[in-house]
Write a protein of this length. Sequence first.
Length: 285
Amino acid sequence: MITSVFLTSLLASATSARPTKRGTGQVQCPVILSGFVPAASTPTDFDAYATSPFNPDYIRGTEKFSTILQFPEVENSRFDNESSKSVEVTINDKSIFQTQNGFRRVGLQLQGDTNEGGPGTVGVRTLHWSVKQDPERTLNLTHEYIQVWHEAADYSANQFNFESGTLIGKSGDDKSSFKVLNRQNTIVWSTPIDPVAWQNFAVTLDFVKNTLQVYYSVEDEPLAAVTEALTNDNSGEGQYQIGLLKKPTGTDDVVNSGFQETGINEGQIYGGIFLEDSADGCVSL
């Protein structure tokens, strides 16, 4: 028999064991689109426009976000304070968007980010996100993964990609690195994947000057520029996506065919997602 005293003690112990550290990063610029996950969020909140910071209908297969997304017990990332928390995007064998049978794909789209005429593709914008690895849902880095990207409105290209794993057509020597690619799919910067630490990223897209710049830090350290403002074709409007897009192997038609192993149970933990106005050089560090 479990007594009420024992149960109370057990619950208190579990609560005290949960990570409590909060990030110390301060948002310094106007937030255009917010992907901060409220600390009190429940899984079903992500199935409705009224309660989710993301589009509840895209990008996913038949499973709802309340099934796909997890709330990991991890310390918060740099820009998450006591009012927000981390979220984990997971993929499995059912993670097939529309008829894209080659991919296993789940993506978060920020509410208010429209494919054409949206606030995310004017002036100068900086997208922030942090990632942490889940030892229970590791990625198969023999595949190519796109985790964060901005896709043009006509779906013909991505203005930038944030990737990991073995890029198709490459040797795979850097499969255990995160890579930022420009519109021409050229790697402009990379860093090893840390298996335990938070890794913080930001990409500034100047839609006037057509440039791209990358920022990076680890854990709760301030972000620092790791590239200059590099020439990049930012035309074509479109939307930001944050999640997991796992490409197949063994095919030239990655969208529709190729090999994906069965029993997929993979995830990427995200925190501190937001898009800010970087007019006059403003970037939250």
